[in-house]
Design a protein around this ligand. Structure first.
Ligand SMILES: Nc1nc2c(ncn2[C@@H]2O[C@H](COP(=O)(O)OP(=O)(O)OP(=O)(O)O)[C@@H](O)[C@H]2O)c(=O)[nH]1
Ligand SMILES: [Mg+2]
Length: 684
């Protein structure tokens, strides 16, 4: 047998919290990125209740005062599900509300806002250096800089419209104020087609934004509110376990009362629950950190600590949850009341009463509480509507919804009136209802992100049937129809498979009426039965929605089967995974060697957890730790691999220096000697 040198950590061996970067393999302990925003209290604040609906309130989010605006009273006054909520800003009003006070403060003249111009909303990246501008008192330079960059994020949003590149005032959006500029064609005169010289901005439409209030997933070219409507990024952390304590019973006439240190309490769990009244993810803009309470520490007289407070993250029906920056879906929560245990709280550390044994009747050892797992999650909402209304911009989709339900979406004669999806509930005579979603218009290239369709196309994925509204008054309704179908197919081929109805709209207009017969023939040739209607005059709309309902009924059985499967799904599988990881044996570890720095890293979740729970304040902890390293074979493996005097050994959060003994013998001797000789001390 090859002789193996005995190993020991000498009395001056060193232990210190591992300051080195942890390498791989801690799947559920995502390195906690520095929160960009103020962390909130560890207590859970449930998302604010959705705004109470008031009659006559527009349900769409419009950018401009609608021209020829009108709201058609509903045929069936049924309850309306409002998506945009009162929290969604109505920029058209706020532009009108620009206070002269604010304009003076900024020292820039506020010109005509040009509300008649068609304008686009762009956004600025928080990563830009504009924050400095806010704090900077150097007025002259600022003004020059502003003119140069032609776009500024007061607090991160930039609105851009028109062609002349002049500052126009301040827009307030959802409590966030932003300067409003009108852009020149190429204001910095450098001849290139850029974004007005805004550093960090892509050319063309794509400008992204970050918002101080919440860390929504960044998407180019979409205002923050719209992005946060159906996407959010949140941080969740289960509570740490409370620490166990070392205590001894002291009582008159009871000599040698024995250990009486209680165990720490278990940390609070993180649950995710579907809240039926929620219909967007906007509440996560203001509240993005969810931390369960930590368990209370144990106390003397065998008193265990209290359990930490649980936290329940409430999400809207139809929310898909992924771990941040990962593709794999963790949870798909569809139905109100569904509740999943996502992260279980950390175990409480044991007090010294729990360590009492025949061999050690006076244990001076207690454990730290186990650290609760943490995660960054990406939430994505896919509406759960039965029927989705799709079509090109300005086709009359919102008008149709307003006619068949009590929903009152904004309707106006320009494209992209609807920026956020609207839901309406349609009631039928025989006491059945369906939920219909009116989606923003689709442009050619929507699947690649043109227009707004890309943002909301996914909402159609959950619809069982689609109503495709075609603007009959358009120049070429056939082409428009094909373009929208193609976009659906390109976005997701399954969308094109969904049953759908074609509703040829605006039949009251002569230009639409004239083209109807050719359009009808074209569809019939393809085996599709077209419907014609005039949404404004409410003619033909009933037939359209009844046909959609029929389609729904056909696919109902299939859907019910699917729902049954979903209900059987184990919603707690993430927590199960955490439990499994926690119960990993300390004997399972891997050793990695970095020869350049003579560092040995011992990786194994069981061992790392053990290190984390070791409370180094107590003398017996050292002994126990040494014993465990011996017992699980770490020392032996390191020696076999050729560890030398002075090398660094890292286990979990601890970093130690290895010292060889002078004599060597067989493995049994090694075990005995090293276990007796290893000493650990806090790193100084
Ligand atoms: N003449 C006529 N006009 C209609 C009809 N339906 C809708 N409109 C008009 O078409 C314009 C657009 O209607 P919307 O319902 O806002 O269209 P939309 O498809 O929701 O448009 P986006 O939300 O921008 O995609 C409005 O001016 C409506 O008054 C119709 O049947 N006849
Ligand atoms: Mg609309």
């Amino acid at each position: 047998m090859a002789s193996i040198s005995a190993s020991l950590f000498t009395s001056y061996a060193i232990v210190r919290p591992n300051s080195r970067k942890q390498s791989r393999r801690k799947p559920l302990r995502i390195p906690n990125p520095k929160p960009k925003f103020n962390t909130q209290s560890s207590r859970y604040k449930s998302p604010p209740e959705p705004a109470v609906l008031s009659a006559g309130e527009a349900t769409t989010y419009s950018r401009l005062p609608p021209k020829e605006d009108f709201l058609v009273p509903s045929l069936n006054p049924s309850p309306e599900v409002k998506l945009s909520e009162s929290a969604v800003p109505k920029i058209e009003n706020q532009i009108g509300d620009l206070s002269s006070e604010e304009e003076e403060e900024e020292g820039v003249e506020n010109g005509d806002l040009g509300l008649n111009e068609k304008f686009e909303i762009y956004e600025g990246d928080s990563g830009l250096e504009y924050d400095e501008e806010i704090d900077d008192d150097d007025g002259e330079e600022d003004e020059a800089e502003e003119k140069k960059v032609l776009g500024f994020t007061g607090r991160k949003s930039v609105y851009r419209y028109g062609n002349d590149g002049n500052y126009k005032g301040i827009v307030k959006e959802h409590g966030v104020s932003a300067k409003l500029y009108v852009f020149g064609e190429d204001d910095d005169d450098d001849g290139d087609d850029d974004d007005g010289g805004m550093p960090g901005f892509d050319s063309g439409q794509s400008v992204n934004v970050s918002d101080d209030e919440g860390d929504c997933v960044k998407e180019k070219g979409v205002p923050a509110v719209m992005r946060c409507f159906d996407r959010a990024k949140i941080y969740v952390k289960a509570g740490d376990g409370g620490n166990g304590v070392v205590a001894f019973r002291r009582e008159k006439f009871v000599p040698l009362g024995g250990p009486s240190g209680g165990d720490g309490g278990r940390g609070g769990n993180v649950y995710v629950e579907v809240e039926g009244s929620m219909n967007s993810l906007l509440p996560f803009r203001n509240s993005m950190h969810f931390r369960a309470g930590r368990g209370a520490h144990g106390q003397g007289r065998m008193q265990g600590g209290a359990k930490g407070e649980d936290v329940v993250v409430k999400v809207a029906p139809g929310t898909v949850i992924r771990e941040a920056d990962k593709e794999e879906v963790l949870l798909e929560l569809l139905w109100p009341g569904q509740r999943a245990l996502l992260l279980p709280g950390g175990r409480g550390g044991r007090g010294n009463a729990s360590f009492k044994s025949g061999a050690n009747k006076v244990p001076r050892i207690a454990e730290n509480g186990e650290v609760g797992p943490e995660m960054w999650l990406e939430l994505e909402l896919k509406l759960v509507a039965d029927v989705g209304i799709v079509g090109a911009p300005n086709a009359g989709k919102s008008t149709l919804l307003s006619v068949i339900s009590a929903a009152q979406p904004a309707i106006a004669n320009y494209p992209f009136t609807t920026l956020l999806p609207n839901l309406g509930v349609v009631s039928f005579d025989y006491d059945s209802t369906i939920v219909v979603a009116d989606l923003p218009g689709l442009l050619e290239g929507a699947h690649r992100g043109f227009g707004l369709g890309h943002e909301f196309l996914r909402h159609t994925e959950r619809c069982s049937a689609l109503v495709h509204v075609v603007d009959g008054s358009g120049p070429q309704p056939e082409l428009e129809f094909d373009a929208v179908r193609l976009e659906l197919e390109l976005f997701n081929p399954e969308l094109a498979e969904k049953p759908y109805i074609v509703a040829y709209n605006k039949m009251d207009l002569p230009e639409a009426y004239e083209k109807w017969s050719s359009f009808k023939e074209m569809l019939q040739a393809r085996g599709i039965k077209p419907f014609c209607m005039s949404a404004v005059k409410r003619e033909g709309t009933h037939e359209v929605i009844c046909a959609a309902y029929e389609l729904l009924r056909k696919s109902k059985r299939e859907k019910q089967e699917l729902e049954g499967l979903k209900n059987l799904e184990n919603l707690n599988h993430v927590a199960d995974m955490v439990h499994k990881q926690r119960s990993a044996s300390i004997n399972e570890f891997e050793i990695f060697h970095d020869s350049s720095s003579n560092t040995w890293r011992v990786i194994g979740s069981g061992l790392e957890r053990f290190v984390q729970m070791t409370n180094w304040r107590y003398v017996d902890s050292d002994k126990r730790f040494q014993h465990v390293l011996e017992a699980c074979g770490v020392n032996k493996s390191l020696m076999k691999l050729g560890i030398k005097e002075g090398h660094i050994v890292i286990v979990g959060e601890m970093e130690m220096v290895w010292h060889d003994s002078t004599h060597s013998s067989g493995p049994s001797t090694v075990k005995k000697e090293s276990s007796e000789s290893i000493k650990w001390a806090k790193w100084k």
